[in-house]
Structures are given as C-alpha cells and as structure tokens.
Ligand binder design. Structure first.
Ligand SMILES: [Zn+2]
Length: 172
C-alpha cells in the first residue's frame, strides 16, 4: 500500500491528492507519521524534545488521513530513534509509521506494532505491586487487553492502566 522506499521527501505530507501541507524537507532524520491526532506532543515528550534541544522539528497536527481519520506528523532532523523510544511511541501512537531519512530519501519505513505484552516500558501504578519493590524490583509486564482505547493489565497484580495514564507512567 505504502511502498515508499525511495520516495523523495518533496512529496506532500498530506495523504490527500494535491495536499497543500508543506513542511520543510529534512536531509537526515526521522519522520513519524500516522500519529493519532492529538498525540504529537506526547511523542515529542518521549523523544525528549523541548524546543530547546537544537534539533529542527516540524509538527503537523490534525491532518486528514485515509488510514486513521486524522493524524499528526512529527519530523525531527538529525535524530534517529532507539528501540526504547519506539516501544514508548507504540503506546501513544500505535498506528504510527517511522520513516528514516538519509540524504533526503526515505531509506526505511517501519510500521509500529503494539505487541501483545509490554515489558519494562511503563511502571505499575499500584505501589504494592512486586514490580515496585525497592529491593530487586521485577521488570513490569503488561498484557494489552484493549487496543482502542488502549488498556493494559499488569500481569503481576492485575491493575488496569488506561490510555490516558500511559504516558504518565513511563519508566525513567
Ligand atoms: Zn502491578
């Protein structure tokens, strides 16, 4: 469907034909596309981008998308994502695609996938959970019980975590 391995970055950002959204193209960096509308700022937070970090960042919000209705897009120059960042983004933007840009070309496009179980990405809100023990805490493990809206269940104490709380519980 979206086979864009070498699509030049001059392509309009909108999915509509003749889309008029224009964002400066980047030479090297990352484009995170198909972010659920309204979640772009959470994605920036995950990336530690405050606006004072020096990276060139472009943000587009509430763009029409044939796939997910409305979407946000984040483009960050000279920034590439680690697996821990991708795991977090999967929780706030489970339909996102990550485009790796080198020399103004998309060299890799990855569709984020939210796994069935999530290990070590978010803390358990239950203070008495074994994963919150001060000594030798166990890595958290959640089962995805619902994807839309997102709901997770701690596999140690069965505490449920709702979508709205996920981004407040990221492990440090
Ligand atoms: Zn727990």
């Amino acid at each position: 469907m979206e086979n864009t391995t070498d699509r030049p970055m001059a392509t309009p950002m909108s999915e509509e034909a003749g889309g008029k959204i224009r964002i400066d193209k980047i030479v090297d960096g990352t484009v995170i596309d198909h972010i659920r509308a309204g979640s772009a700022l959470e994605v920036l937070k995950i990336l530690g981008i405050t606006g004072k970090t020096g990276n060139v960042v472009s943000l587009a919000m509430n763009i029409r998308s044939s796939r997910i209705g409305k979407k946000d897009i984040v483009k960050v120059e000279n920034r590439f994502l680690g697996s821990a960042e991708v795991a977090r983004i999967a929780l706030v933007a489970p339909e996102a695609t990550i485009n790796l840009i080198k020399d103004s070309k998309v060299i890799k496009k990855t569709r984020i996938e939210l796994p069935e179980t999530i290990t070590g990405v978010i803390k358990c809100p239950n203070e008495r959970c074994v994963t919150n023990k001060e000594r030798e805490p166990i890595k958290t493990k959640y089962q995805v019980v619902s994807r839309k809206p997102l709901q997770l269940k701690c596999l140690y104490c069965w505490t449920l975590v709702d979508e709205s709380d996920v981004s407040t519980l990221f492990t440090g």
